[in-house]
Design a protein around this ligand. Structure first.
Ligand code: S3P
Length: 428
């Protein structure tokens, strides 16, 4: 990583496939009867956890150069796993399989790594119990999660938190429940499940924060082309905006509006970012070019935009530190329940370099001021991929060597991150 310091960056890259879309494509193709091709999937620790679990309930999955092939005999022929399942660090795998396994009426147990075993699962258990599921949690909240066979019926559920994971778990359970299942969300969370379920033939309707799915209809296989993940693209984009002499283009990135809140914040700040939309039948996609921007305005974000950029808040905190105006994030208490408490992690680690924060329960304000890039400070990554990549971008932008305790968690979402930055070095 130290080779990236004192460099400028220029060129074009493709970031890896979208994590949320890759998880869902593995799950829906397992439920469908037949053969599905998944093109440009994200090959990462998290998505391999979902792949192994789909194999454990009966899918046959083969990997080729740029695609995965899923062959399944359909939902009625899947079976309970023989061994307890392992979801690793993946919140999406953990939450979504609760709905999927309960909907299939299977008997299963799963747990994950130290982080997953501390993340709340009762937010998914609650609506599933209302549907008739039988699910037991440790201390009524955490993994290990035990799911027992039980018939489900549709419910009408008002979601207390805007969470695509909770929404998707309910919709997956609703696929095979008796009657119609309706989910109501107050702010739009990512809608990849809805888009893909329709593509696989589910009887699903969406409108004005209400999603309804009719139970009991089999899915049919469909080809999936996974666009680049905007949450991964966010790191090279911010690097380009903050690093003098740098211009980076990222091709084929998902521009789904339920995910692209970061582009709106970059626009508010006056960052040099150009978006070229590309034709697409499914998820919106485009090419993004970002370049160094010497003066950045502040921002104040809250409410409906938060779920649309929830995973980008650590890197936005770094961007905020380079603005001449104050920047505030509110209504983001969900960050405290991610891979780590991301509000704490951001404040604790960036404060080590003189960046001044006012921490709040649901966010923070970054106070404009001088950054003090002291070299060789020990920083913690909390085994959280997005905290680690944010710290690496800080190190590269400020030419400050840092000692991260462990950066292996990058493999959770963006295994080629350092190589991609290396390929963009102008003076390499
Ligand atoms: C995800 C939803 C988000 C996000 C996570 C992936 C998904 O979580 O933070 O990285 O794929 O559904 P919540 O829906 O719990 O906010």
């Amino acid at each position: 990583m130290k080779q990236l310091l004192n460099s400028t960056f220029e060129g074009t890259i493709k970031v890896p496939g979208d994590k949320s879309i890759t998880h869902r494509s593995l799950m829906l193709s397992t439920l469908a009867d037949g053969r599905t091709e998944i093109h440009q999937p994200l090959r990462s620790e998290d998505t391999y956890r979902t792949m192994e679990i789909m194999r454990a309930i009966g899918a046959e999955i083969t990997e080729e150069d740029d695609k995965w092939i899923v062959e399944s005999k359909g939902h009625a022929n899947l079976h309970s796993p023989k061994e307890p399942l392992y979801t690793g660090n993946s919140g999406t795998t953990s939450r979504l399989i609760m709905g999927l396994l309960a909907g299939l009426g299977l008997n299963a147990e799963f747990s994950g790594d130290a982080s997953i075993n501390k993340r709340p699962m009762d937010r998914v258990q609650k609506p599933l119990l209302e549907m008739g599921a039988e699910i037991k949690l440790k201390d009524e909240k955490y993994p290990p999660v035990h799911i027992f066979p039980s018939p489900l019926k549709g419910i009408d559920y008002n979601m207390p938190v805007a969470s695509a994971q909770v929404k998707s778990a309910i919709l997956l359970a609703g696929l095979f429940a008796e009657g119609t299942t309706t989910v109501r969300e107050s702010s739009p969370s990512r809608n990849h499940s809805e888009i893909m379920m329709k593509q696989f033939g589910a009887k699903l309707e969406t409108g004005d924060g209400v999603i309804s799915i009719e139970g009991g209809n089999a899915l049919t296989p469909s080809e999936v082309i996974v666009p680049g993940d905007i949450s991964s693209a966010a790191f090279p984009i911010v690097l380009a905006v903050l690093k003098p002499g740098t211009t980076i283009t990222i091709k084929n990135v998902s521009l789904n509006p339920t995910r692209s809140g970061i582009l709106e914040v970059l626009e508010m700040m006056g960052a040099n970012v150009d978006i070229e939309e590309l034709p697409s039948d499914g998820e919106a996609i485009g090419n993004i070019t970002a370049s160094y921007t010497p003066e950045l305005r502040g921002f104040n974000i809250s409410g409906e935009i938060i779920p649309r950029l929830i995973d980008e808040i650590p890197i936005l905190a770094l961007l905020a530190a380079y603005s001449n105006e104050s920047c505030t994030v509110s209504d983001a208490e969900e960050l405290r329940f991610k891979e780590t408490d991301r509000i704490r992690a951001v404040v604790d680690e960036l404060s080590k370099f003189g960046i001044e924060f006012e921490e709040k329960e649901d966010g923070f304000t970054v106070i404009p001021g001088e950054i003090d890039p002291k070299p060789d400070i020990d920083v913690k990554g909390y085994h959280d991929h997005r905290i680690i990549m944010m710290l690496i971008v800080f190190s590269v932008v400020s030419n400050t060597p840092i000692n991260i305790d462990d950066s292996s968690a990058i493999d959770i979402s963006y295994p080629g991150f350092i190589n991609d930055l290396e390929s963009l070095r102008k003076d390499a």
